[in-house]
Design a protein around this ligand. Structure first.
Ligand code: GRF
Length: 213
């Protein structure tokens, strides 16, 4: 384990929060050299916020609906992220589009995870079970997971890590989703660890992974 300070991680989530829980678990077991310094959600009841509150991680319910303008919303996000001294932002099932000023400010320091091999089966409307349905309807033999940098659009940022998952003849969207999710819980922490070890070099759309010193 490196002697350096753990990377300060802020997670955004909207749903069940299994990825946030997996990240937390990997930090707790020492596999991931990070500190989860905050969890932010647009959904006050979401599993990720419940988990954060349970483990005394600062939990924030911040939704565009609470503000009169986009600008007020963005200012609030900046205020919280600055106070938390966020070094890396991870979107883990965050169902809202991150406002562009925030994306720009955290360029190459904001990640998303998508339950398919991008650029296939990504973009607006392709989330959750819709992704796995589309993969099966197309007849794909492999699907997978993509961890990517966040840019201004949905699912279009450069991939950081990708992993394949075989599609079986008897798969349903549910069985495929379960295998993909299991891999998400591994690969997201691996990607974060690369940032923690400062082994990521962004070269246009090529995200290069530097050898360990
Ligand atoms: C995951 O499948 C992730 O890839 C997608 O949303 C889902 C979130 O699951 N972006 P969870 O809330 O982390 O359980």
């Amino acid at each position: 384990m490196s002697e350096s300070k753990p990377i300060r991680l802020v997670a955004f989530a909207s749903g069940g929060g299994s990825n946030v829980r997996a990240i937390y678990h990997n930090i707790e077991t020492g596999a991931l050299h990070a500190e989860l310094v905050g969890v932010i959600s647009n959904n006050s009841q979401c599993g990720a916020l419940v988990h954060a509150r349970l483990h005394n991680i600062p939990a924030f319910h911040i939704s565009r609906k609470q503000f009169d303008s986009d600008d007020d919303f963005v200012q609030k996000l900046f205020k919280v992220l600055t106070e938390l001294k966020a070094e890396l932002i991870v979107l883990a099932g965050y169902m809202k589009k991150m406002p562009e000023p925030v994306v720009r400010a955290y360029k190459n320091r904001m990640l998303n995870i998508h339950p398919a091999l991008l650029p296939s089966f990504g973009g607006k409307g392709l989330y959750g079970h819709f992704v796995h349905e589309a993969v099966l309807n197309y007849g794909c033999k492999v699907s997978g997971v993509t961890v990517h940098l966040v840019d201004a659009d949905f699912d279009t940022g450069a991939p950081v890590l990708q992993r394949c998952i075989s599609v079986f003849d008897n798969d349903t969207p549910e069985t495929l989703a379960a295998r993909v999710l299991k891999e998400e819980h591994i690969i997201y922490s691996q990607a974060i660890q690369l940032f923690a070890e400062e082994r990521i070099l962004v070269d246009g759309r090529r995200v290069r992974i530097l050898e360990k010193e």
